[in-house]
Design a protein around this ligand. Structure first.
Ligand code: SF4
Length: 217
């Protein structure tokens, strides 16, 4: 197993309280443990109305709640306002991953994170989204900065969680915790496109709630 050796982290610019947007337990596991090991005061903000269907949303959310409780970290269970998400995604149904629909999706999630942070005394926000190698880190950072800069005292912490062993520790922690392993990004369109890709390759379609990290071994 990879040694869980990490550098000591500090919030930039003298910031003192972090609200961490979390997309799921596998992505936030390493991020949470790295933050915690550095003694940074933080809470988790679970706001992901993009996740479809609700069964998948609940699987991801409940696992994240369990892990946060296990670590004694407050977790804010925000709205599942799917109507708003679909309204904003209108016309982008056939955009590819990492395109403008994803920018909208990150913007929406970070806007709510930033608003909550502003209203509840947090001076920094960040997200576990960037740790996934499937994501465009710069796209996520741009969205995070855009959301935070609406509030004068709020900063988006653009730390690259993938680096310095973060990506491999993410997998180690996911296996250690036997986290649920989602097989698509989250929205109905990513589910559709992943299944189309699988079909073209003659692979079975996604089944929700069956794959857990470490099981394939
Ligand atoms: S592919 Fe992922 S990031 Fe992009 S819109 Fe769908 S859920 Fe959001």
């Amino acid at each position: 197993m990879t040694e869980l050796v990490r550098e000591k982290l500090d919030l930039p610019e003298g910031k003192s309280k972090l609200l961490l947007h979390s997309c799921c337990a596998p992505c936030s596991g390493e991020v949470m443990e790295a933050i915690q090991a550095s003694g940074i005061e933080y809470a988790i903000f679970f706001y992901n109305p993009n996740i479809h269907p609700q069964k998948e949303y609940l699987l991801r959310k409940e696992e994240n709640i369990r892990f946060a409780e296990q670590h004694g970290v407050p977790i804010i269970d925000a709205d599942y306002d799917t109507d708003n998400w679909f309204a904003r995604a209108k016309g982008m149904e056939h955009e590819p991953e990492r395109g403008i629909r994803c920018t909208m999706c990150f913007d929406m999630r970070f806007e709510r994170t930033a608003l909550y942070a502003h209203e509840h005394g947090y001076d920094a926000i960040s997200s576990s989204l960037g740790i996934s190698r499937w994501k465009n880190m710069q796209q996520i950072t741009d969205c995070g900065i855009r959301a935070a800069e609406k509030y004068p005292d709020l900063l988006y912490w653009d730390y690259n969680w993938r680096k310095k062993g973060g990506a491999s520790r993410m997998i180690e922690i996911s296996k250690r915790e036997r986290f649920y392993q989602q097989e698509y990004c989250g929205c109905v369109y990513s589910l559709r496109d992943t299944n189309l890709h699988r079909k073209a390759q003659g692979r079975p379609l996604i089944k929700l709630g069956v794959l857990y990290y470490g099981d394939e071994e």
